[in-house]
Design a protein around this ligand. Structure first.
Ligand code: MLT
Length: 387
């Protein structure tokens, strides 16, 4: 029996994919796997029992992924599962920033009791007028699952779209419309675009990437959209840009004390992924990832360990070895297995940064003393007998 714990509500359609071999528990210290959405995990201690954490979402800044890697806990995310939901809200943001739709709605509410509202509206409407998306230049920074969808959809709105991503994946590149101009540096986006939307993960290299210098390069009247993470943007610099008129609107999905109530800021409460469809997709993907890892040892969409997939096990035994990515560590498990006369029928050893993962299909089951010998190697973090 495996146990899992949910730190946030996770869509039932995903949890229904756990078989009767799984049971939900409240005590995270008793769990083999944790599912999480936005709960902060940086102050948590993890039990030796914990095998995996899956985030029902793309960003993983609420999970201490390095600490997890050190402890041999595989952290997963669900890339793409909520991308359409975020894309749709980005378009809502662009439209809300183009005309004062919010001001117009408020005006209608404020004048609800006016019998002559129809006539008054015709007079009032000019104060809410704005511009169109068609013909404007949109810069998309970060061409992952969300950025590609935003870029492609914007071409259908008649926008001239520029995409920037020095790390674009082959899959994303295949999905990108040929109408999107892929450019080699962010500065070209800053200098040329009327709308700039950011879709990169939060890392040291991307923290405050939209800063005073970047804003300085931008066109007067630029609209900036942030549906990724607030700290990607130096929001004090953005407020200065709004006050000076350099920035027309800042649309952000991250309510915080800096931006709340500020003139020119259109603020939503982290709604990007909050659709039934996205929540279902994320939950289904997260549960699939956890099950494949627990039951087969396969890793897909991990943010701290490499992908590794040997499918289902058809040999007598399968073990997984989580280890440091150092020279010669492979012998930590090949030698004890060889000494015990156990043949390796198939194996995959992959590395990601300082860590590596080996999955081995064996012609016989592995006795405890052999597992113990592998575990004794100081570069081995965790050994798991899967079959
Ligand atoms: C994400 O990183 O994909 C979103 O923050 C998901 C969410 O809203 O939970």
């Amino acid at each position: 029996m495996y146990k899992y714990s949910c730190l946030n509500p996770i869509a039932q359609v995903g949890l229904d994919n756990f078989t009767t071999d799984y049971r939900q528990v409240d005590d995270v210290n008793d769990a083999d796997a944790i599912l999480v959405r936005s709960a902060g995990m940086h102050d948590m201690e993890f039990s030796d029992k914990l095998l995996a954490i899956a985030r029902a979402g793309a960003g993983v800044n609420n999970i201490p992924i390095d600490k997890c890697a050190e402890q041999g806990i595989v952290a997963f995310n669900t890339p793409g599962a909520n991308a359409n939901a975020v894309k749709e809200l980005v378009f809502a943001g662009m439209l809300l920033a183009s005309r004062d739709i919010i001001g117009g709605i408020r005006w209608c509410e404020d004048n609800a009791s006016d019998e002559n509202i129809a006539k008054a509206a015709e007079k009032a409407k000019k104060q809410f007028a704005g511009t169109e998306l068609a013909g404007k230049k949109l810069g998309v920074i970060g061409l992952g699952a969300i950025g590609v969808r935003v870029a492609n959809a914007a071409t259908n709105f008649g926008m001239e779209v520029y995409g920037y991503d020095p790390y674009i994946s082959v899959k994303a590149a295949w999905n990108l419309s040929r109408a999107v101009k892929h450019i080699g540096n962010a500065e070209d986006i800053y200098r040329n675009c009327d709308f700039i939307t950011i879709h990169v993960p939060l890392m040291d290299a991307t923290r405050k990437m939209i800063n005073r210098d970047a804003i300085h390069m931008m066109k007067r009247g630029v609209i900036i959209l942030n549906f990724a993470r607030d700290v990607l943007v130096d929001e004090e610099a953005v407020l200065n840009g709004l006050h000076s008129g350099k920035i027309r609107k800042y649309v952000t999905d991250f309510a915080n004390p800096t931006t709340v109530g500020q003139e020119g800021v259109i603020l939503t409460p982290h709604l990007g992924a909050s659709t039934e469809e996205a929540e279902d997709n994320c939950a289904v993907m997260a549960v699939d990832e956890i099950r494949d890892y627990i039951e087969n040892g396969n890793i897909k969409n991990s943010v701290n360990y490499p992908n590794c997939d040997l499918g289902e096990c058809h040999t007598a035994g399968r073990i997984a070895v989580i280890h440091k990515n150092k020279k010669g560590v492979i012998s930590a498990y090949t030698t004890p297995l060889g000494d015990a006369d156990i043949n390796i029928a198939d194996m995959s050893n992959k590395s990601k940064g300082d860590y590596a993962y080996a999955l081995l299909d064996l012609d016989s089951a592995v006795p405890d003393d052999v597992i113990k010998r592998i575990e004794e190697n100081p570069n081995v973090i965790k050994v798991r007998v899967i079959k």
